[in-house]
Design a protein around this ligand. Sequence first.
Ligand code: DGL
Length: 292
Amino acid sequence: MTTPSQPLTIGVFDSGFGGLTVLRALLPLIPAARYIYLGDTARLPYGSKSRETIARYAVSSARFLHQQGADLLVIACNTATALALDDIRAALPIPVIGVIQPGAQAAHTAATLSRNPQPDSSILVLATAATVQSHAYTQALTALGLNTTEKACPLLVPLVEEGWLPNPVPDTTHEPRKSAVTAEVLRIYLTEALAAAPHATTLLLGCTHYPLLKPLIESTLQSLHHPMTIIDSAEATAQTVAQTVAQATPQPTSITPICTFYATDSVEKFQQLGSHFLGQPLTQVHLIDLGG
Ligand code: DGL
């Protein structure tokens, strides 16, 4: 990919802010890389759109990062991975890693390590409507021998985007009435999902926005008397990327990561909400236009 003296450029792409959870996991694992992140915020959400539209948006976003010098591309978006991974791989001459296979592998490991595996235990996947309709997670998990139930949760992305969280975006006021709405929506989704998958032992967060709801998901599962192991594919994806990079080219170790961010809509909103996903302030955000 590069010579050892040249930092690897890793492109990270998401429909918006959620993929920053993947970048957050990548930074300590591959600190010597240069990162370019694109949040296609103008065209978000992808999760409610058709396969053709998602593939068109995702391929144009991936091409942009390749043009900016990406040596490797991480599709840090479940919906884009589920519906457009093959199209992106066909369009780019660089390695492309999505989130679904690493997430499925991590769920498999968790299910195998489960202290009380039951013969009919299963994985519950929460994701956007488009990801669920693609059945990409069911295919990946079935191939690993796991029973899977998928549940579409279309209201969760907008609620997270609006910051209606018990742990709100920095510099905003926590509004209990708003976070109570999110808690109630989540309770309805989980109640419906558990009715369909009463023996689920592992919960796979199949959408980049859901890690921000993890504490709420855990407390809701407790109150429903159904605790589960929760898997966030961001960490598993970062591990897969680190292994790929280590195999390809030894990287220098003593450099601070350099991150450049691109957004297709408001830079201010990207900085404010994005810092919550990344866990640190965001600088160097550039506005770009990828068309419709
Ligand atoms: N990034 C998307 C995902 O992980 C969620 C947001 C969207 O619908 O675009 O599925």
